[in-house]
Design a protein around this ligand. Structure first.
Ligand code: FES
Length: 111
């Protein structure tokens, strides 16, 4: 018998909208589930640092997740190495690696 999922355990549906809020301004945009966080930042026309082209190497695109950490994809292998090498705090993610699966709120030191 296949496992039963409750409504709260259903996986996100790619293409469905999710909200990304950028703090401290509170600017919010809607993006499709599956959008990479770095792309959402660009869509919001906010500055974001990067030097590796989004390959999870430089860590310059790091953001702090204020709400909805559970609504981001689990860290990719490159991001896991980056998190360990750069001693990320538990709520910090490489925006070029994190896919948006639901509503999130993020910030950086330079917004
Ligand atoms: S852009 Fe380099 S780690 Fe994200």
């Amino acid at each position: 018998m296949p496992p039963q999922l409750s409504l709260f355990e259903l996986p996100p549906i790619p293409g469905q909208p999710a909200s990304v809020t950028f703090l401290p301004s509170g600017k919010s945009i809607a993006v499709a589930v599956g959008t990479v966080l770095l792309e959402a930042i660009r869509q919001a026309k906010l500055p974001v640092a990067q030097s590796c082209g989004g390959f999870g190497i430089c860590s310059w695109c790091k953001v702090r997740v204020i709400e909805g950490q559970e609504n981001l994809s689990i860290p990719s292998q490159p991001e896991q190495r980056l998190i360990q090498r750069q001693s990320f705090k538990p709520n910090e993610r490489a925006s070029c690696q994190a896919e948006i699966l639901g509503d999130v709120a993020v910030t950086t030191t330079y917004w």
